[in-house]
Design a binder for this molecule. Structure first.
Ligand SMILES: Cc1cc2nc3c(=O)[nH]c(=O)nc-3n(C[C@H](O)[C@H](O)[C@H](O)COP(=O)(O)OP(=O)(O)OC[C@H]3O[C@@H](n4cnc5c(N)ncnc54)[C@H](O)[C@@H]3O)c2cc1C
Ligand SMILES: NC(=O)c1ccc[n+]([C@@H]2O[C@H](COP(=O)([O-])OP(=O)(O)OC[C@H]3O[C@@H](n4cnc5c(N)ncnc54)[C@H](O)[C@@H]3O)[C@@H](O)[C@H]2O)c1
Length: 457
């Protein structure tokens, strides 16, 4: 059968692919979008949106528990049913993507349900049958999947990934979480706040190991306060299952739990994609240049490029690829001010480089740190005011190269810090602007005033 000719084929209609496909269709291109699971991808069905509904619920419980001593007395009875219902009915439409498919086709995109593979330059085959010839090219937006470590006995067991943890309609009595990154910590805290006995096992010496050590400390203390047993510097060497999980640990101990959540990182979905037909042998991710080009007539966006697994990054990269495909001018990809927020309570937001990352790059950094509890707003807030602002500056250039804001509104305070790092706002400007009182973001002023530069009279 002859190949169907189109302008662009987008493989994977998650966050990044749907954005690319939809906006190219808006621009009048003939676009085929291929998706084998659900249009919208991980974020709306098993990622950001349902997990943030979970954290919203967990935070409401925690806030209610802070009423004693602040505003009277509250008896809090946790109930998972409304959370499961919101996830099923409001977030995911019972894991049905009809609305998303209609959204895509309503913009003029042609939707194909199936598994796509590249069959040569500009050629895509779906489910080994239908073939498409893309005049302008192919966009790979296939995302990532949970990494399952090769632990003795794990493979055959009914372990959870983020998907089962989000789909859960009835809570287990206990949960072991392998991995102390963003997924592990957000879910561990929520489950604990709903009364599940949670144990987190993190192989590194600290939680959130890629972030500032102060972030790890805040996360560790917050989880512990919620009753989570946190074990760092320890991994599992064997897993067995018989009506529950038993994990043998690297220190010889054991942990038992009704359910086991594997949250040990993500791997790009590149297998069976036919990249070899273009002479590409990808590593862990699909390398792209600053215009998201992986090869002639091949673009890639989102998690699959390995720049970070975040929805805002997939959207950002989509925007760059769209401009390039349409031949429009615009700035190249710039990751200096990549923001990220771990939605624990307190939220841990960060942008740009940590102190250690800046030092690795040879920057003779100066840092500033202020705990939220010493700010007026932190004092007023009282219970639940844990957090801090940490700034990492390059004194030679007089700008911030990174920052962390942890606290009840850590992700929102991050907005100002993201602008500062992205736009390279001079530290002297940050020192002499006005910060509203009494806000959490005033902690930025307290921190920025600590720098020894520029010399002040
Ligand atoms: C539990 C969890 C919580 C998260 N929370 C946040 C958060 O709070 N904030 C944030 O910014 N990010 C968060 N993320 C990350 C966010 O979900 C991802 O960064 C985002 O979904 C990436 O979008 P993407 O388009 O690159 O990939 P995906 O959303 O994974 O979409 C890729 C799509 O491609 C499809 N596909 C793959 N291969 C093929 C093929 N061969 N043929 C056809 N279709 C194919 C897949 O089925 C999938 O639908 C979270 C992730 C998880 C797992
Ligand atoms: N709020 C957000 O924006 C958000 C939320 C969830 C996920 N995400 C994205 O998804 C990505 C994946 O999340 P993740 O938490 O799975 O990965 P991660 O890479 O952030 O963390 C995984 C952790 O597991 C540990 N680990 C690995 N193997 C282990 C083992 N065998 N035993 C014990 N610990 C082990 C690692 O040391 C690491 O700390 C994140 O990096 C982030 O980009 C973002």
């Amino acid at each position: 059968m002859a190949a169907t000719e189109v302008d662009v084929v987008v493989i994977g209609l998650g966050v990044g692919g749907e954005e690319v496909g939809g906006r190219l269709a808006d621009a009048g291109l003939t676009v085929v979008g291929v998706e084998h699971t659900l249009v919208g991808g991980e974020c709306p069905y098993w990622g950001c949106i349902p997990t943030k509904m979970m954290t919203r619920a967990g935070n409401a419980l925690a806030e209610a528990r802070r009423i004693d001593g602040l505003a009277g007395r509250a008896t809090v009875t946790a109930d998972w049913a409304p959370v499961a219902r919101r996830i099923r009915d409001e977030a995911t439409d019972d894991w049905d993507d009809k609305v998303a498919v209609d959204r895509f086709t309503g913009r003029g995109g042609r939707f194909v349900r199936g598994r796509a593979a590249i069959a040569g330059p500009g050629r895509v085959v779906v489910d080994g049958a239908d073939e498409y010839a893309a005049r302008r090219g192919i966009v790979v937006a296939t995302g990532t999947t949970a990494v399952v470590p090769p632990i003795d006995g794990l493979a055959g067991t009914p372990y959870w990934t983020n998907r089962e943890a989000v789909e859960c309609a009835e809570l287990p009595a206990s949960l072991a979480v392998l991995g102390g990154g963003a997924i592990g910590l957000e879910l561990a805290q929520v489950y604990a706040r709903f009364g599940v006995a949670v144990t987190v096992l993190e192989r590194s010496e600290r939680l959130l190991a890629m972030e500032e050590p102060e972030s790890s400390e805040v996360a560790h203390a917050a989880l512990t306060a919620d009753g989570v047993t946190v074990r760092t510097g320890v991994g599992a060497t064997a897993v067995s299952y018989a009506d529950g999980f038993t994990l043998t640990l690297s220190d010889g101990g054991t942990v038992t739990a009704e359910k086991l959540l594997v949250a040990t990182g993500r791997a790009a979905r590149l297998g069976g994609l036919g990249l070899d037909t273009l002479g590409i042998e990808p590593g862990r991710f699909l390398d792209v240049d600053e215009r998201m080009r992986a090869a002639d007539g091949l673009w890639a966006v989102g998690d699959v490029t390995g720049h970070g697994a975040f929805t805002h990054l997939a959207m950002y990269e989509a925007g760059i690829a769209i401009r390039d495909i349409l031949g429009r001018e615009g700035p190249p990809a710039d990751y200096r001010a990549l923001p990220r927020v771990t939605f624990t309570d307190p939220e841990i937001g960060a942008v740009g480089l940590t102190e250690a990352q800046a030092a690795e790059r040879g920057i003779a950094v100066e840092t500033a740190f202020t705990p939220l509890s010493s700010s007026s707003r932190g004092f007023i807030h009282g219970p639940g005011n844990e957090g801090f602002v940490k700034l990492v500056a390059d004194p030679a250039r007089g700008v911030l190269v990174g920052a962390t804001s942890a606290g009840p509104a850590g992700g929102e305070v991050l907005g100002a810090l993201s602008v500062a790092v992205h736009a390279e706002v001079p530290v002297s400007t940050l020192q002499h602007m006005i910060y509203a009182y009494p806000t959490f973001h005033r902690a930025i002023e307290a921190a920025v005033s600590q720098f020894s530069f520029p010399p002040r009279g």
